[in-house]
Design a protein around this ligand. Structure first.
Ligand SMILES: [Mn+2]
Length: 334
């Protein structure tokens, strides 16, 4: 796929949800504000493409059950497509069950790696040579082979935990990919990744075994579903072309609302040590909601207990509880 024109705009995980609560005063309101902000940026800059870094819909759910919320998202994506093509990585939240992501893709509102042979080549004008290739590596594909655009910039857009030992220390919660150990990434110039919601402090960098320096940017998640570190900024990234002909990578700061205006006041009883317990409680609440639906609508189709294992982002503990909950419901005759 080739695009040309104004710089390409890249935005982190959206996690659009009408049901997720977290510690937010009004999470859905945050989601709508984020969509509005992106609409404003698109209208102002008229990029040649918008790339979303994956995890478009939901936190514990990946189907929007509220039709007004679904309508808003579809209308917004439709409007964005009137300005420029909209691409997305496939994130871990975009894959299980029959996700709305798949519907948005199949009706043409978002294009993914499979539609574009895995990359976009960007040129400033239709008549000029591309100056950069953006390689799409969906969730779980961090080690997949990429096809470099020889002699030009090559940037990976990913949805995984790309790590640099001693540098990317802000997200120690799950194992990731040490960039220097990914031989498929030899020859690239940089990585811009979703999945990790905490923004990096601009560019950070490492060296591949070949000695080539590779930079990494996490733009961050503008909807900030989980109140983990207090952060009030994230970024967008613009990929364009310098007058010299080489690619430009510009960070566009995104100042968000102050944390204390979007999250409920922290209860005096809640300590920092309890934050993991809160996350676990949220996961269990979300699972209970999913299970209620399973029981209501899907009990006649297949085995809901085994479906629990497919639920994204649930801990083993939460899944165990969910299965027990289902079993109890069955024992009571559903
Ligand atoms: Mn995410």
């Amino acid at each position: 796929m080739r695009v040309s024109g104004n710089p390409i705009l890249i935005v982190g995980d959206l996690h659009y949800s009408a049901v997720y609560k977290g510690q937010h005063i009004d999470y859905f309101d945050q989601c709508c504000k984020v969509l509005n902000k992106i609409s404003e940026e698109l209208a102002a800059h008229k990029p040649s493409a918008l790339v979303l870094l994956g995890d478009i819909v939901g936190m514990s759910e990946n189907n929007i059950k509220d039709h007004q919320a679904l309508h808003i998202l579809m209308k917004v994506l439709h409007d964005w497509n009137d300005i420029c093509p909209v691409f997305s990585l496939v994130g871990n939240h975009d894959i299980s069950g029959h996700p709305d992501f798949l519907i948005l893709h199949d009706i043409g509102l978002i294009k993914t790696a499979t539609d574009i042979d895995g990359y976009i080549d960007y040129a400033k004008d239709e008549s000029s040579e591309p100056c950069v290739r953006l390689h799409f590596l969906d969730y779980g594909c961090a080690r997949h082979e990429i096809h470099l655009l020889e002699g030009k910039s090559n940037i990976v857009l990913g949805h995984d935990n790309y790590q640099i030992e001693g540098v990317t220390t802000w997200y120690p919660y799950c194992a990731g990919y040490e960039i220097a150990s990914c031989s498929n990434l030899e020859g690239i110039d940089g990585i811009i990744a979703g999945h990790i919601h905490v923004p990096s402090d601009g560019f950070v960098s490492t060296r591949m075994l070949s000695g080539k320096e590779v930079w990494l940017i996490y733009p961050g998640c503008p909807t900030r579903p989980v109140r983990r570190p207090t952060y009030e900024k994230c970024m967008m990234v613009a990929i364009g072309q310098l007058p010299t002909g080489s690619a430009s990578v510009d960070i566009i700061p995104w100042v968000l609302e102050p944390s204390d205006t979007i999250y409920v006041k922290e209860d005096a009883l809640i300590t920092v040590d309890a934050s993991e317990a809160i996350l676990e409680k949220e996961r269990k609440q979300a699972l209970t909601a999913v299970l209620d639906d399973l029981l209501k609508y899907h009990i006649a189709t297949g085995d809901p207990i085994s479906q629990v294992d497919k639920i994204t982002d649930a801990s083993e503990g939460a899944k165990k509880i969910a299965k027990e909950y289902l079993q109890r419901a069955f024992n009571q005759g559903g």
